[in-house]
Design a binder for this molecule. Structure first.
Ligand code: S3P
Length: 434
């Protein structure tokens, strides 16, 4: 389906509750599956992405029951030691995350499983997670020397690992933690820079334990996990779209509700404040993941150079920040973001190509880009290569452009933000599916 966006001539006003956090929703399913007993989840992201993980854990013999709304789930599991060998291929859909995390979960199980996915996923290399798991003793076979899906894993009998990640990646750290939890002995996992810590926060809630010394996590197995309740906050990576729309449209005053403000996820908010944005939130004391209502009021902004060590704390928000940078005075420079080249698309080249169609002044760098503002944008008819974050970035660009914007084949938005158009419309925008 196509998404059409009209230029926004009035301020965006009101409150919005975005979809549940994708990273935390995936982890609630994986931990709920590994834990013995019953786990309940509220605020779950009922997007296509999470359904791939849901179907995969079901294939392992776990029962997942949808509650009264799509955002609530009950998971019943015999615990990871009793997982069944899946009778068929595990279809991981588009997200690299389902496959990476599942590889970690399956690496210690004494059976064979084959993971595949759609064409986008089958192009994405998995060596970075496969290699350390092979080092632990898992056997992984697949195309291109065991790096491209379909991937078959024969797990079991792992040795602990002492691993230093070559790049900061929460997915790889988490996959290794899931394997280490099931492996006799102590494993250590060291990151070069901090990345999102949702796995670390969730593990103790399920009765598990680890210790942390700077950037090194120590985790001993095997551990017994038990079911619990998980409350998923709204995803800051999705909230980023209405948030930046409000910062781009003069006169706007928008509050985004129950947004996850875990310190390892708020690199975007720090950057926006440096650009001069008027953002306020109070973080209530919470056990587990902190969440807050964020109020955003329009104000003219200036460009900024984002320090490379902050990139892992805002990796998924970089494309939408580039849209805002076109409306900020001066240069906004992104470096140290080469990781973006292996996301749902090559988010560096594709973003540069996309924003130029709107008339943006953007220059590609090997590890990021430079946007020079302030530049008036004009509406465009664009494709987004099946990448949900690029599709939503184009929609926000359309709001601040003159003339109509059409995003062709924008269905990928459903993977992370079902209700995206309705959310913007609720704030006063004109956005339609056709
Ligand atoms: C994720 C971590 C990030 C992010 C991805 C989800 C996670 O990737 O881009 O959308 O759930 O752990 P990295 O592995 O590059 O940190």
């Amino acid at each position: 389906m196509n998404l059409s966006v009209q230029p926004q001539t009035t301020p965006l006003l009101g409150e919005a509750l975005g979809p549940g956090d994708k990273s935390i929703s995936h982890r609630s399913l994986l931990f709920g599956a590994m834990a013995e007993g019953e786990t309940t989840v509220s605020g779950f992201l009922a997007g296509e992405d999470c359904h791939a993980t849901l179907n995969a854990v079901t294939a392992l013999g776990v029962t997942v029951i949808q509650g009264e709304t799509p955002e609530t789930l009950t998971i019943r599991s015999p615990g990871y030691a009793a997982f069944a060998e899946p009778a068929d291929l595990l279809d991981c859909g588009t997200p690299g995350r389902t496959r990476r995390l599942l590889l970690g979960l399956l690496a210690a199980r004494p059976f064979v499983a084959t993971l595949t996915g759609d064409a986008t996923l089958r192009r994405r290399p998995m060596a970075r997670v496969g290699k350390p798991l092979q080092q632990m003793g898992a056997q992984i076979l697949g195309r291109a020397g065991g790096t491209l899906a379909p991937l078959t894993i024969q797990g079991g009998d792992l040795q602990p690992i002492h691993y230093v990640l070559p790049v900061a990646s929460a997915q790889i750290k988490s996959a290794l933690m899931l394997a280490a939890l099931q492996t006799p002995g102590e494993s250590t996992i060291t990151e070069p820079l901090p990345s999102r810590n949702h796995t670390e926060i969730m593990l103790p809630a399920f009765g598990g334990h680890y210790t942390q010394d700077g950037l090194t996590i120590r985790i001993s197995g095997p551990q017994h996990l038990h079911g619990t309740h998980v409350e998923v906050p709204a995803d800051i990576s999705s909230a980023a779209f209405p948030l930046i729309a409000a910062l781009s449209v003069p006169g706007s005053d928008v509050t985004l509700l129950r947004v996850g403000v875990n310190p390892t996820r708020i690199g975007l908010l720090t950057t926006l404040r440096e650009m001069g944005a008027d953002l306020t939130w109070e973080t209530p004391d919470t056990v587990g993941e902190p969440m807050a209502d964020i109020r955003i009021r329009y104000r003219p902004l200036k460009g900024v150079a984002v320090p490379p060590e902050r990139i892992p704390l805002m990796i998924d928000e970089l494309p939408i920040l580039a849209v805002l940078a076109t409306q900020a005075e001066g240069e906004t420079v992104i470096t140290g973001a080469e990781e973006l080249r292996v996301k749902e698309s090559d988010r560096i080249s594709r973003l540069v190509e996309l924003l130029r169609l709107f008339g943006a002044d953007i220059t590609e760098r090997p590890d990021g880009w430079t946007v020079t503002g302030k530049t008036p944008l004009h509406g465009a008819s664009v494709t987004c290569w099946g990448d949900h974050r690029l599709a939503m970035s184009a929609a926000v660009a359309g709001l601040i452009a003159t003339g109509q914007t059409v995003i062709q084949d924008a269905d990928a938005i459903q993977t992370s933000f079902p209700g995206f158009a309705e959310c913007l419309e609720g704030l006063g925008a004109t956005v339609h599916w056709s």
